[in-house]
Design a protein around this ligand. Structure first.
Ligand SMILES: C[S@@+](CC[C@H](N)C(=O)[O-])C[C@H]1O[C@@H](n2cnc3c(N)ncnc32)[C@H](O)[C@@H]1O
Length: 182
């Protein structure tokens, strides 16, 4: 019998997680939102990155209660629970309620709902926000609307990095006067 996809953990490949860590630390991100926690593999990398940058604890969203519980336990076992908050529920509903600003959002949930989540998050994004999405190569059709939505936004530079399942990275150039909101 085929395994129920909703139970699969679908963690990032290690090279993708390492790149995510480097992007967050090298650019000094302080307010990171992750959509799609699973059992907390990428959340641990992001929490370690935020510990390094002196940022706020990671906010990470997972709709599956069992996975959210596993993520909390894995973050605790990794000694990173202080640097991450796992919120349980549907990300699109929660994005409407979250406070910003976020200077980095990592989209790693179902891809189809990412454009709606991006739309809800737009007023809550720092000027120099980094938007990152996995599965750009593995699920090109599912992610197409998200990529189109990012492309339609002004002042973003973007690239698709062929690591793991394909990591799409978009960065909004801050205003020339340097008054970026963080
Ligand atoms: C690819 S996995 C995340 C893997 C994780 N980032 C990691 O590398 O360890 C996607 C997760 O997103 C969750 N998910 C899917 N749609 C969601 C939604 N609308 N709201 C919240 N979580 C969602 C799934 O339950 C699944 O655990």
């Amino acid at each position: 019998m085929a395994a129920d996809r909703t139970q699969k953990l679908l963690n990032l490949e290690r090279p993708t997680a390492e790149l995510l860590f480097l992007l967050v630390t090298a650019s000094g991100r302080k307010r990171v939102l992750e959509i799609g926690t699973s059992n907390g593999y990428s959340a641990i990398w992001l929490a370690c990155a935020l510990k390094k940058t002196g940022g706020d604890p990671l906010t990470t969203i997972e709709q599956n209660a069992a996975k959210a519980a596993q993520a909390r336990e894995n973050l605790r076992r990794a000694g990173t629970q202080k640097y991450a908050q796992v919120i349980e529920g549907d990300a699109t509903r929660l994005c409407a309620a979250l406070d910003g600003p976020f200077d980095c959002v990592f989209f790693d949930a179902d891809r189809i709902s990412a454009p709606a989540q991006l739309e809800l998050l737009l007023p809550k994004l720092a000027d120099d926000v980094l938007l990152i999405a996995d599965n750009a190569r593995s699920h090109p059709q599912e992610i197409a609307d998200y990529l189109a939505a990012v492309e339609a936004l002004p002042q973003f530079d973007a690239t698709l990095i062929p690591v793991g399942k394909g990591l799409h990275v978009a960065y909004r150039r801050p205003p020339a006067n340097g008054n970026a909101t963080r």
